[in-house]
Write a protein that binds this ligand. Structure first.
Ligand code: ADP
Ligand code: 5GP
Length: 209
């Protein structure tokens, strides 16, 4: 056997409140080889969140220093705060064969796809309707009224971008949404490019592999 098969990067994007975090948490329970790359952010920690679990919480100055030191692979501003993918979270995990989920804004998804074209698949999470999206954002009672309005406005712009992504998951019924996202990961694991070593070693005479 040659070395461990490289894991893949699963980029998840979609408007705030579409259910990205909820779907990611459920999908990670399906398989311990699927993990989450925790980003750095300048936004404050919210009730129920924890350092190193949801984010690494940084001051603006520390965040900028990480960018200058090339420790952040991509970053974006969202509703007044910075969010960035940490090199340390991503590269060691995929080289160990883990499949790594990233939750990114659309520009972040584009940047990671460009930097890791062979490793990366992208999925866009859509709500069943804008009304339901607004209900979900309000229902989770996480943001103040100003932040809510910003997020709802941003969400209306973001839904337009789903065509750029490899897969679309409509998160209406939760179990179906989880099944669909999990199906994307399982199918991608079977793709030829992720199994070419094994298939070539089989040396199937007469088969087109
Ligand atoms: P995001 O990470 O995209 O901002 P969340 O995962 O925080 O979204 O989900 C937003 C809210 O909607 C949460 O309160 C969550 O419990 C709820 N939610 C997520 N998926 C569904 C679903 N399929 N049906 C109903 N509520 C959902
Ligand atoms: P939230 O404040 O709801 O946790 O996240 C706000 C937005 O930031 C979400 O759309 C999420 O996808 C995005 N985000 C989180 N981490 C990163 C990151 O490292 N890079 C980029 N580009 N976006 C991120």
């Amino acid at each position: 056997m040659s070395g461990t098969t490289r894991g893949m990067i699963v980029v998840i994007s979609g408007p705030s409140g579409s259910g990205k975090g909820t779907l990611i948490n459920h999908v990670m329970k399906q398989d311990s080889n699927v993990c989450y790359a925790v980003s750095a952010t300048t936004r404050e920690m919210r009730y129920g969140e924890a350092e190193g679990v949801n984010y690494y919480y940084k001051s603006d100055a520390v965040f900028d220093q990480l960018v200058a030191e090339n420790e952040i692979l991509e970053w974006d501003s969202f509703c007044g705060y910075k969010y960035g993918t940490l090199r340390s979270e991503l590269e060691s995990k995929i080289s160990k064969g883990q499949d790594v989920i990233l939750d990114l804004t659309v520009p972040g998804a584009r940047a990671i796809k460009k930097a890791f074209p062979e490793d990366c698949i992208t999925a866009f999470i859509l709500p069943p309707s804008i009304e339901e999206l607004e209900n979900r954002i309000r229902g989770r009672q996480r943001e103040n009224e100003d932040q809510l309005k910003l997020r709802i406005e941003a969400a209306k712009q973001e839904v337009e971008f789903f065509r750029e992504f490899d897969y679309t998951v409509i998160n209406d019924d939760l179990d179906t949404g989880v099944d669909h996202l999990w199906a994307v990961i399982k199918a991608e694991r079977l793709s030829y490019k992720r199994n070419s070593d094994v298939l070539n070693r089989l040396n199937l005479k007469g088969a087109i592999v």
